[in-house]
Design a protein around this ligand. Structure first.
Ligand SMILES: *Cc1c(COP(=O)(O)O)cnc(C)c1O
Length: 466
């Protein structure tokens, strides 16, 4: 094969840059980036010719050069983060952005960040204020704590608390609570990073009050309780409730820190789920410092919220890490907004999307599934088998790991392609639809399909199967 003929047929970079098809790209992209793409793509083409043994393949590739460049530049100029439709039924899906926030909160963020705000400006005093001031009062009101602050996420909160309270001192933790949370947050590692010394007590399945008591020394900085939010130890088990730990600790004038993981403010048992410890309970039980996530069951932005005794919060606020881990204005606005919803619990259950999704009426979910099914059957029934299936939604986000909520899904078994091909196609859409593949069926759990999205699913399936 005369490869030289092919090398020669590749247009020169300068010439390519002068063609109309490439020149229009300058409207959306700097000349420099387009040039880089033209160079890369022609280099890759040369490489391809070098490696390929098929004249057909080579000729085809050469004819696609301009398209290749256009696609490459379009990839660069288009935005990559997008809305996806969550058909997985997992309400707090960490890969899909965890908690959804409501329109009001989004609207407030938009209004405040497109101009200046009083983020750190005290309008009463005309002087510098605190970014925590906007939500500290409301958080303390709802949780019963004396003071509050927030950092980037709960992992950061734990690191900061231990750094400020336990550096070069000992922290006593039950062996049953040395948790690892997704994304490599491990209690022993965080402890090491903070400079605190981990004193493990008890065993994996049982820890008694006397285990803590026996481990207390003059070097004890705190007793730490960590909620085992993403696993459960069942069977022959015992752990010490925080109120007993607090009583013991306070006898020795030692503070108690509790990482409760998911910051739930309402008793989920009222809504048919298992009981998840609430922030209020922890404060009331005597924990001196409590920390929790903003974007788990609380249903707010990513944040680590720290509440507790004022003198301890003041100490934490002064620690240099606080500046490094501080929340930005987007988070501050969203936190204030989401806590506002909790002034009235009934209101929170109606307005906080996470709670709304947990609490969704099962008949309504079933109806949504039936509506989608009945609309699609006459349109695509010939190319895709469909069914309505009872299924189980999960909370996700490492919260309530054993809890399943009954739900309804529409299942799809394509006849014109494989199920995995369908899954892939749905994932690559402008608005991707993410579902689950179970027993070679593509399943969309309607619980997490938000308002208006069923119509989008309908349109998409019609396009794919027609
Ligand atoms: C989720 C969780 C964390 C980490 O919280 P992020 O907000 O994701 O950083 C820490 N501790 C516990 C017990 C958790 O459940």
């Amino acid at each position: 094969m005369d490869k030289n003929k092919y090398y020669r047929s590749i247009p020169k970079v300068d010439m390519l840059m002068e063609t109309d098809e490439i020149k229009v790209l300058f409207e959306s992209c700097s000349r420099e980036y387009v040039l880089e793409s033209v160079r890369n793509k022609t280099d890759q083409l040369r490489e391809f010719i070098n490696n390929s043994m098929s004249e057909n393949e080579i000729e085809n590739k050469i004819s696609l050069l301009t398209d290749d460049i256009i696609n490459d530049v379009e990839k660069l100029t288009s935005l990559n983060m997008k809305k996806v439709i969550n058909g997985t039924g997992t309400i707090l899906h960490t890969n899909l952005g965890r908690a959804v926030i409501n329109e009001e909160t989004a609207e407030r963020i938009k209004n405040l960040v497109t101009g200046y705000s009083n983020l750190e400006y005290d309008l009463e005093e005309g002087a510098r204020g605190s970014r925590y001031s906007h939500f500290e009062k409301i958080i303390t009101k709802i949780t019963g704590a004396e003071a509050a602050m927030a950092v980037n996420n709960n992992a950061a909160a734990v690191l900061l608390i231990l750094s400020a309270m336990a550096k070069d001192k000992e922290v006593i933790v039950s062996r049953g609570e040395l948790v690892e949370i997704g994304g490599s947050f491990r209690v022993p590692d965080v402890m090491m990073q903070s400079g605190g010394k981990l004193i493990e007590v008890g065993t994996t399945n049982k820890t008694h009050l006397y285990d803590y008591e026996n481990a207390i020394t003059e070097n004890t900085a705190a007793l730490l309780k960590v909620h085992t939010s993403n696993y459960k130890i069942v069977g022959f088990t015992e752990s010490v409730p925080v109120c007993e730990i607090a009583e013991l600790a306070h006898k020795h004038s030692i503070p108690v820190i509790e990482d409760i993981g998911s910051g739930v403010l309402v008793d989920l048992a009222k809504y048919g789920l298992g009981h998840e410890p609430t922030v209020q309970e922890s404060v009331q039980a005597g924990a001196d410092i409590v920390c929790f996530s903003g974007d788990k069951l609380l249903g707010g932005p990513q944040a680590g919220i720290i509440v507790g005794k004022k003198h301890l919060i003041d100490k934490i606020k002064k620690h240099p890490l606080t500046r490094a881990l501080r929340i930005d204005k987007f988070t501050a606005i969203a936190l204030e907004s989401v806590f506002h919803e909790y002034i009235d619990e009934e209101n929170a259950v109606k307005n906080v999307p996470v709670l709304k999704l947990i609490n969704r009426n099962i008949q309504e979910i079933k109806l949504e599934a039936e509506k989608l099914y009945e609309k699609l059957i006459p349109e695509i029934g010939k190319s895709c088998l469909m069914n309505i299936e009872e299924c189980q939604s999960q909370i996700g986000g490492g919260s309530l790991p054993l809890e399943r909520i009954k739900s309804f899904a529409v299942s799809f078994k394509p006849l014109t392609m494989t199920t995995s091909h369908l899954e892939k196609q749905l994932r690559k859409l402008k608005t991707p639809i993410i579902g689950r593949v179970v027993n070679d069926l593509f399943i969309i759990d309607m619980r997490t399909v938000l308002e208006g999205e069923a119509d989008q699913i309908f349109e998409t399936f019609i396009n794919i199967f027609n």
